[in-house]
Write a protein that binds this ligand. Structure first.
Ligand code: GLY
Length: 374
């Protein structure tokens, strides 16, 4: 499944992704920081680099990243934000913008996100708004961000009314994913990323799914070579989807597979209580079953998806909510149109569609979900 040309430099692979509205390299592998830094400095020629990191990531990787840029005679402005979704507020974005302005960062300088998806959402938002847009790059440190958020240019902060309600599209000039960052990633976060990777494999089709089945053990052992390939496959797939629909009006909706129930579970459990990917995996199991009734998916396709999620040791969500409560949470999804729940469903691996569902159908499946504990 080589959609793009991969160039190998020792333990690092570079791929130039074309996402339709932009083209930029991703550097993936064991310790790609030198290559990444050399590239962004040569392309952006910044005098200053603002590194926005969450507290935990700044502690783990901040000094190493800063040193590389200082060695290249670029001034580094490190800015730290709270861990997780808590950083995606107007308040934090405002503080960052003020600090960046105080540091006299110019339009030719560079903002780098160092962390997972929450940090890249926030830093992208800040880069998009500061001086009406400055260059931006991503150093991704979680599997969830590597296989999804770091490609595609979505940038956002949360509002009281919901997640990601104020945002923009701001494509990075480069992305780096260091497999060393995954070695110490907590198991729950690793599994959360694996769920999104499994989602990508199902959307892509039989070949990627079979590759995951064959390599599941090495993936769980966090084998650097295999994880590099997994991350690149996901990035390449996502780039193709984004290129066909950069601003999320159609084809990009496939990336929402498993997210209708997944988002509802996150909401019902209380944000942050169940990891995003774990909720999405539950949503995939559910959507696969609805797909049999609505989209003609075979039972074999459902079993194969369940099996890969099991091989990746992604736990089922033990908690259940009443069908009524769950349906209400599903109806608050951004993808709802005309009061109808819309779900991404699978006709077969690699063949998806969006279906607008009657409440009675969703309700019946939720009843089974509640009763079975799947
Ligand atoms: N995370 C889904 C998207 O980028 O569209």
């Amino acid at each position: 499944m080589a959609y793009f040309t991969r160039k190998r430099f020792g333990a690092v692979t570079r791929v130039d992704l074309d996402v339709g509205v932009a083209e930029y390299p991703v550097f993936v592998g064991d310790n790609p920081i030198s290559m990444f830094a050399t590239y962004v400095v040569s392309v952006a020629k910044p005098k200053k680099v603002v590194v926005i990191a969450d507290e935990t990531t700044a502690e783990l990787f901040g000094i190493r990243i800063e040193t590389v840029f200082i060695t290249k005679e670029v001034q580094v402005i490190p800015l730290t934000v709270p861990d997780g979704e808590a950083c995606k507020t107007w308040e934090v974005a405002g503080e960052l913008l003020e600090a960046i302005a105080d540091a006299k960062v110019g339009r030719d300088d560079l903002i780098i996100a160092l962390g997972g998806g929450a940090v890249s959402d926030l830093a992208g938002f800040v880069a998009h708004t500061y001086m009406r847009g400055v260059k931006y790059a991503i150093i991704s440190t979680t599997l969830l961000s590597m296989v999804d958020a770091c490609v595609g240019g979505k940038a956002a902060i949360d509002l009281a009314a919901g997640k990601n309600l104020a945002g923009a599209f701001h494509q990075p000039i480069a992305v780096m994913a260091d497999m060393r960052a995954l070695v110490g990633l907590p198991d729950c976060e690793f599994k959360s990323g694996l769920a999104e990777a499994a989602k990508t494999a199902f959307l892509d089709g039989d070949e990627f799914t079979a590759w995951c089945e064959v390599n599941a053990e090495k993936i769980l052992a966090r084998d650097c070579e295999v994880l590099t390939d997994l991350v690149l496959r996901c990035m390449e797939f996502k780039a193709i989807v984004v290129a066909s629909d950069p601003e999320d009006h159609g084809a990009r909706e496939c990336l929402n597979y498993g997210h209708t129930l997944g988002h509802a579970i996150e909401r019902l459990a209380g944000y942050g209580q169940i990891a995003h990917g774990i909720a999405v995996a539950e949503g995939i199991r559910f959507a696969a079953r609805v797909s049999v009734q609505i989209s003609g998916a075979s039972i074999e396709t459902v079993r194969r998806q369940d099996k890969l999620l099991d091989m990746f040791e992604i736990p089922v969500v033990a908690q259940r909510w009443s069908p009524l409560d769950t349906m209400e949470a599903m109806l608050s999804d951004k993808k709802v149109r005309n009061g109808k729940i819309r779900m991404v469903l699978m006709k077969a691996l690699g063949a998806w569609e969006v279906a607008e569902l009657d409440d009675s159908i969703v309700f019946e499946h939720l009843r089974l979900w509640e009763a079975s504990g799947m």
